[in-house]
Design a protein around this ligand. Structure first.
Ligand code: SF4
Ligand code: SF4
Length: 241
């Protein structure tokens, strides 16, 4: 097999070497640097497996059927979005490689084609999201635009128990630090109003009894995030048996 990665090759040059009358001087004595990784950590696999979304990860036998049918990978040509590879990296605990995909992994559009096709019954879409969550709760992933939208969406929904599209748009603009030109904003607002999707201000819907529900939901979400962060980080040093 040809060596295709020059940086992995360490050349040891031999000058004026003659064997049986034949000059064999040159770069014949080459070695491959070690490719053994010692920085693997199975914590990622254990964490993903412990999540309701990720418990099927260990069933994966790396056939690649999910990636072959994945719409992001094939139809949209995003080659680096490779669910089989994400699962592989999580299975062997190769965090350093996995973190390179911390943003890409959220490009999944939840079409579930992978789940339909997986011969081992892996809930691929859920597992992929679970791996993404691991990168997020351990702070390996920087907050992406998708994360900021998620934050804006959650804040918005918690406020009245129903989505206010205009307020969501404003919050997201603030988080992204951008400002849509007034004319564009007017055109967007008008089209939303005419299509009956502008539920804001006097048109806003409300969920009855939301005042009681909101603190319960907020507490549950905070508690869930805290638990996920703690389990991902592992026990504090010195607390083992
Ligand atoms: S199709 Fe299923 S078994 Fe095959 S690589 Fe994907 S998740 Fe693993
Ligand atoms: S659910 Fe996500 S990972 Fe699965 S095929 Fe669709 S885009 Fe790909």
């Amino acid at each position: 097999m040809p060596i295709v990665e020059p940086s992995l090759v360490e050349v040891q040059r031999t000058e004026q070497l003659e064997l049986d009358g034949i000059d064999v001087s040159g770069d014949w004595n080459t070695f491959l640097r070690s490719r053994v990784h010692t920085d693997l950590d199975l914590k990622v696999l254990e964490w993903v497996r412990s999540q309701p979304q990720g418990e099927t990860i260990s069933r994966c036998w790396q056939c690649g059927t999910c990636t072959a049918g994945c719409c992001m990978h094939t139809d949209f040509g995003l080659e680096e979005f490779n669910p089989r590879y994400f699962i592989y990296l999580a299975q062997i605990g190769y965090e350093a490689e996995l973190r390179k995909y911390a943003e890409t992994i959220w490009r999944c559009v939840s079409c579930n084609k992978c789940v339909e096709r997986c011969p081992k019954g892996v809930k691929v879409e859920e597992v992929v999201h679970s791996i993404g969550s691991y990168l997020e709760v351990t702070g390996m992933a920087k907050e992406s635009p998708a994360d900021r939208f998620d934050r804006a969406y959650t804040e918005n929904l918690l406020r009245r128990g129903v989505l206010d599209e205009a307020a969501l748009f404003q919050t997201y603009e603030r988080l992204e630090g951008r400002k849509t030109p007034g004319r564009e904003l007017f055109r967007l607002g008008l089209s939303m109003l005419l299509s009956g999707r502008l539920h804001t201000g006097p048109f806003a819907h409300r969920t009855r009894g939301w005042g009681k529900m909101r603190p319960v939901l907020t507490r549950l979400m905070t508690e869930d995030l805290r638990r996920r962060r703690e389990t991902a980080r592992g026990p504090p040093p010195g607390s083992g048996p």
